[in-house]
Ligand binder design. Structure first.
Ligand code: ATP
Length: 513
């Protein structure tokens, strides 16, 4: 456990030290669960957005992208169910005075049971070696079966109690399982209460005429209320999708996991509108497509798993999360939801406007069904950043820290490094910089020993370092150093554009999806 915490601390401090993520308002001691992206963080985040946008909008001729406002008519949140049902069950520990999400305490308890099952499987795999049949073992070993059965019972009881709003039983479950405050061990809990996660604000100049508004807790509603505008102006036929990237705000009860759970964050959501009755097929397709999108990043397929929901949200008839192995365990990264016609029908009712589609093939009007894919940009950033940050011991015994980002996502594609400033090396390096800057984001640096400069580029994930020395002036070649292999080769300046492009182009990721 201590080791996990150390790893996480290292990630947070590296993110700060190298200009990726700063605590917001730091000189005023920060603001809880709010973060700012620094110069390298903003580049990485923009590249992740591009990867998503290109995969959704550019690769699919039936998906278009929009950008809607954060402020929306307040009735939208009544229609969507957020005013009445966007709650989390909250519980306080009376001794430590710390606040928790009751459902997360129970889920964490179940995750520990799953860890125990995994350990049994690992032990057996070692014992049996090549002859090990994982499926067979999982379905017959009494201990694994018991751990899994127990989880199922606990989670389905929690789901039922939450569904029935029986918060007394949620507390009873916490007590029966003897769940303690993870930091202090205290089991002295308050009752469980519901807490609405939306932030309220006001629109208007004077207090009496001001309208109560909410900061949007998800970007999806901006898509729903524009469904007909987009469908008509884009002339799309069903099935078609609308994608959006934007800020969302949630007054989270507990926010202790860096950018995993923030109060202001960004979502990348896509709503896919389909004929009623076909939604579950598209739901399966999108589950697969989205997982492939993640896998193309090359962070390791063992780090992803689906978690199908027991408790469905008020709008869904099927839902699954893609979970990722964060430094603190498997947690939700993306949600894929079959949202039925819940949202469009609710907006029809509350707005009095028709939100229907005429299907020429079926020769009928209907409210489309929707399959949604929703991924948190900041969570994705954390997944990529934490997975790629590595400490390596080199052959000569020295150490380096390297951020082995997928090259297309790296803040800088190459660093241009004149060995020294004098003798015209800096001028020559500038010419290379000026030639390549139209195609790539480049870093330029003259100061410090070359080894030190290489290490700094490794730490921010730059795939290539280009060193200009005295020979460069006469033979127009440079030393090209690869971030991952650390191999150095002499290449012609004229080949640089092609070499950098081959490695860092988004094509590399997109063609793998
Ligand atoms: P959780 O169970 O972790 O609270 P959720 O199920 O409420 O998440 P959704 O409403 O499905 O999340 O939102 C879609 C995605 O938005 C999530 O998969 C996650 O990546 C991201 N997300 C949600 N809440 C936050 C948050 N507070 N901070 C950062 N990202 C978030």
């Amino acid at each position: 456990m201590a080791k996990q915490e150390d790893v996480f601390k290292k990630i947070i401090s590296h993110a700060k030290e190298y200009g990726f993520i700063f605590p917001s308002s730091e000189i005023y001691d920060g603001l809880s669960a709010i973060y700012d992206y620094g110069q390298n963080g903003a580049e990485l985040k923009n590249n992740i957005k591009q990867y998503w946008w290109k995969a959704m909008v550019q690769l699919n001729d039936n998906i278009v992208g929009i950008d809607t406002a954060i402020f929306m008519h307040p009735t939208i949140w009544k229609a969507s169910g957020h005013v009445d049902a966007f709650n989390d069950p909250l519980i306080d520990n009376k001794d430590s005075k710390k606040r928790f999400r009751a459902d997360v305490l129970i889920e964490d308890y179940c995750a520990k049971l799953e860890d125990k099952a995994d350990k049994e499987i690992e032990k057996a795999a070692k014992r049996f070696g090549e002859a090990f049949d994982k499926k067979e073992f999982e379905s017959t070993n009494p201990r694994v079966l018991e751990y899994r059965e127990k989880q199922k019972t606990i989670l389905s009881r929690m789901a039922q109690s939450l569904e029935k709003e029986d918060l007394g039983d949620v507390k009873a479950l916490i007590e029966e399982l003897e769940i303690a405050d993870p930091d202090t061990g205290s089991k002295n809990w308050t009752d469980v209460r519901q807490f609405n996660l939306m932030f309220g604000t006001k629109l208007g100049a004077s207090a009496d005429s001001a309208t109560d508004l909410y900061l949007r807790p998800e970007t999806a509603q901006g898509i729903f209320v524009n469904f007909l505008n987009v469908q008509k102006t884009s002339r799309q036929k069903l099935p078609f999708g609308i994608a959006q990237i934007g800020k969302a705000f949630r007054n989270e009860i507990v926010a202790r996991q860096f950018i995993f759970r923030m109060r202001e964050f960004e979502q990348m959501e896509m709503q896919y509108f389909v004929p009623p009755g076909t939604e579950l097929g598209f739901y399966e397709t999108w589950k697969e497509k989205r997982l492939n999108w993640h896998l193309a990043l090359g962070l390791g397929s063992e780090n992803y798993k689906f978690h199908d929901h027991e408790k469905l949200a008020h709008y869904a008839n099927a839902a699954s999360d893609i979970e990722f192995k964060f430094p603190f365990g498997f947690k939700e990264l993306e949600g894929i939801h079959s949202r039925t016609d819940f949202d469009l029908s609710a907006h029809e009712k509350h707005s009095g406007r028709k939100l229907q589609y005429f299907d020429a093939e079926r020769n009928e009007n209907y409210v489309p069904y929707v399959v949604e894919t929703s991924v948190g940009l900041d969570r994705l950033f954390l997944a990529i950043f934490s997975n790629c940050l590595k400490d390596e011991v080199l052959e000569d015994g020295s150490e380096r820290t390297v951020l082995s980002l997928p090259p297309a996502l790296a803040p800088y594609k190459a660093a241009i490094l004149p060995l020294m400033k004098k003798d015209g090396l800096a001028e020559y390096a500038q010419t290379i910089f000026n030639d390549l800057k139209y195609d790539f984001n480049l870093f330029y640096e003259e100061k410090d020993a070359i080894g030190k400069r290489y290490r700094r580029q490794d730490a921010i994930g730059t795939p290539f370092c280009i060193t200009i020395d005295h020979d460069s002036l006469t033979d127009n070649t440079v030393t090209l150093r690869d971030r991952d292999t650390m191999k150095q080769e002499r290449v012609a300046v004229a080949d640089l554009r092609r070499i950098i492009d081959e490695k860092t182009n988004f094509r590399n990721l997109l063609s793998k999806i």
